[in-house]
Design a protein around this ligand. Structure first.
Ligand code: PMV
Length: 313
């Protein structure tokens, strides 16, 4: 018997970094997915295969000693097959580039938790989310759980530290062109850099938080009106704040410039220092924006909001 599940990646539309200091962020699930297939096997082993490699281990190993990006799958499989006298084989297929802030690890944890657990019982999305966050903590101990939440439920979500998550019911009709700088970033290190910026510029940082808070409130209103053009101006404004706190670099600035040429606005998504930028478009300027990136040899692809979230087959 096989069990299959898929979960979408995500982008942070607004509020990255400032969210660490209590401001609201807006996240969006994107229609690029990770699909996980799980299968019981007779041999007492946990075997994980993906396009980034293979991990094959007996059950009951100390997870903290495993040095592999596939560790969350091992954690999930080991927990779920406990006392069940079976081994497990897991196959991972991905449409999401890894390590560039597009939620690949969260999508893996959500799809993995669903595919493996549903070999044994039909647990709810809420329980799957709980398992997925536990698994993600084996690689990112400080995760807020925001990424796993948006990958599980899909759509657009607002998140802040105090109030947690809530789904935004409006579905603005935009496309995002995502361009990859191919510079891998460490979110942890960049968060530390921003902490230092804050320490050296307390007043400026506090004003930026105020401005970002206002910007996010404006954005929530624009979603209701489906006003993509003015939303683009907010994207550019948010990018200026991210520039100010020092998470951009020469390559990203070039990419943002290209993104802005024919889209409504362009910004970093996620931690910055590398990773991805997006350009906000609708049907009228989508192809032109893609071509502009490709003509300058930047890898890019377009996405829409994923409304489905976790899907099991
Ligand atoms: O690089 P990503 O997409 O995982 O985004 C990190 C978002 C930050 O706001 C920079 C950090 C955080 O924990 O919210």
């Amino acid at each position: 018997m096989k069990s299959k599940a898929s979960a979408p990646g995500k982008v942070i539309l607004f509020g990255e970094h400032f969210v660490v200091y209590g401001v609201k962020a807006i996240l969006c699930a994107i229609n690029k997915r990770i699909t996980v297939t799980a299968e019981k096997i007779e041999e007492n082993i946990i075997c994980i295969q993906s396009n980034i490699g293979k991990l094959e281990l007996e059950p009951n190993k100390d997870v903290s000693k495993i040095n592999s990006p596939l560790k969350p799958f091992y954690y999930l499989a080991n927990k779920i097959i406990k006392n069940k006298n079976t081994g497990i084989k897991i196959k991972v297929e991905s449409e999401i580039p890894l390590g560039v802030g597009l939620g690949s690890s969260s999508a893996c944890c959500v799809a993995g938790a669903a595919a493996i657990s549903r070999l044994f019982s039909n647990i709810s999305k809420e329980e799957i989310l709980e398992l997925a966050i536990e698994a993600e903590k084996t690689i990112f101990p400080n995760t807020s759980g925001a990424d796993c939440t948006v990958c599980t439920f899909g759509g657009i979500m607002e998140y802040d530290k105090k109030n947690g998550f809530s789904k935004i019911k409006y579905e603005p009709d935009f496309h995002l062109v995502i361009a990859n700088s191919n510079i891998k970033h460490s979110t942890e290190l960049i968060v530390e850099d921003v902490k230092l910026f804050k320490k050296n510029n307390e007043n400026e940082f506090s004003n930026l938080c105020k401005d970002e808070r206002k910007l996010v409130e404006d954005v929530l209103e624009l979603f209701k009106k489906n006003n993509i053009k003015v939303l683009g101006e907010k994207v550019n404004e948010n990018q200026r704040y991210l520039e100010t706190i020092g998470i951009s670099n020469e390559k990203i600035r070039k990419m943002i410039q290209i993104g802005k040429e024919s889209s409504f606005g362009s910004k970093i998504t996620g931690a910055g220092g590398g990773g991805c930028v997006f350009a906000l478009t609708d049907d009228t300027n989508l192809n032109k924006t893609i071509n502009q990136f490709r003509n300058k040899n930047y890898e890019c692809f377009s996405v829409k909001i994923d409304l489905e979230g976790l899907n099991t087959f």
